[in-house]
Design a protein around this ligand. Structure first.
Ligand SMILES: Cc1ncc(C[n+]2csc(CCOP(=O)(O)OP(=O)(O)O)c2C)c(N)n1
Ligand SMILES: [Mg+2]
Length: 355
């Protein structure tokens, strides 16, 4: 979060500014800019953002269980460090984010209001896509979060097109394109990488390798299991990062974003991560062992950062509990808001539909 000053230019103390919800949302829009990775405020902000995603998704799961939310719902729990660390490397005035259907974390990391997101899951008119998109189609043009896409790999050429627009209009932006290990074998991925290279596009492709595409272990369907090599055929540099460590994610993505912005060169990064829940709400995830899940939960991204902050004396257990309570409150308020919001009017059925 941006730091606010309590003293005016003449040095006189000003009363702390009362924050309206709009002001809070505005602050949330911009991740802390160019911070030192060991900066306390920046690290605490990363922690808060990951906790918010975790608590909002837990609430969404609960509401799905109560049949308040229908349709598909793919939870991001376990993968929070990837979206949060990566998006914090962006300047969302100029940069853009694209992702697939497991998109709640990316939307919140971009600063989407949890109430608006939850209303979309409920299919309510106050949702970001006016209740017509649902969980897989979160979209926030103002914050440059351009979806949310239910077709595996389909958004990769769209993201590449956004990077082409940046080059064509001689803008200063960068595109982050997130997708899963299941998308990496789609033709759209390979065609996009080739174009990004020949056109020198400012885009960073981030493969969130959460080990599974639905119930299939990625090793069963991948000729190459070290995805950091995936860009080699297109002369695009690749690297691998620990997707459970938000600071590592942030550092790697920041370098790639700089390279894209300054040199107009694409990059590819594999984030090794894990989803704690099943593929979607109806998947009991019996294709993996309890031991495997426990092993990854031992590297929980929130607990890793918490431990680092405690060790550096940048956070106390009480402060952690306070942030957590705040995130739970935001999640409860979001569900209440969604619950109380009206359904879209029948007359709006054909609005916003492209034929
Ligand atoms: C083109 C296409 N083929 C198949 C599907 C069905 N499908 C939905 S999710 C999924 C698995 C994708 O896995 P991955 O890319 O690893 O993403 P994750 O769910 O792990 O985030 C598949 C095959 C689809 N939505 N689109
Ligand atoms: Mg996957």
């Amino acid at each position: 979060m941006g730091k606010s000053s309590t003293s005016g230019s003449n040095g006189a103390k000003k009363a702390p500014e009362k924050k309206t919800p709009e002001k809070k949302a505005q602050e949330n829009r911009q991740p802390a800019k160019k911070p030192a990775a060991d900066d306390k405020a920046f690290r605490t902000d990363l922690l808060r953002r990951m906790l918010l995603i975790r608590r909002v998704e837990e609430k969404a799961a609960q509401m799905y269980g109560l049949r308040k939310i229908g349709g598909f719902c793919h939870l991001y729990i376990g993968q929070e460090a990837v979206a949060v660390g990566a998006v914090a490397a962006l300047d969302l005035e100029h940069d853009y984010v694209f992702t697939a259907y497991r998109d709640h974390g990316h939307a919140l990391a971009c600063g989407m209001d949890a109430k608006v997101m939850m209303a979309e899951l409920y299919g309510k008119a106050a949702g970001c896509s006016r209740g017509k998109g649902g969980s897989m189609h979160l979209f926030d043009a103002e914050r440059h979060m351009l979806g949310g896409n239910g077709i595996v790999g389909a958004h990769i050429p769209v993201a590449t097109g956004a990077a082409l627009k940046i080059r064509y209009k001689k803008e200063n932006g960068v595109v982050l394109c997130f997708f899963g290990d299941g998308a990496i074998h789609q033709g759209s991925f390979h065609e996009s990488l080739n174009l990004a290279k020949i056109w020198n596009l400012p885009i960073v492709y981030i493969c969130e390798n959460n080990q599974y595409g639905m119930g299939t272990d990625f090793r069963r369907v991948s000729a190459v299991t070290d995805f950091s090599k995936m860009g080699v055929s297109y002369d695009i540099p690749g690297s691998q990062m620990d997707g459970m460590d938000v600071l590592e994610v942030h550092g790697a993505v920041k370098d790639a974003v700089e390279r894209a912005r300054e040199e107009h060169q694409p990059s590819f990064i594999e984030a090794v991560t894990y989803r704690y829940k099943g593929h979607s709400m109806s998947d009991p995830a019996t294709y993996r062992t309890k031991e495997e899940l426990a092993e990854y939960k031992n590297q929980d991204p929130i607990l890793i950062l918490k431990a680092k902050l405690l060790e550096a004396k940048q956070l106390s257990n009480e402060e952690f509990d306070e942030i957590d309570a705040e995130c739970k409150q935001i999640s409860n308020d979001a569900a209440r808001f969604a619950e109380d919001s009206p359904q879209p009017a029948v007359e709006t059925l054909y609005e916003d539909v492209l034929v």
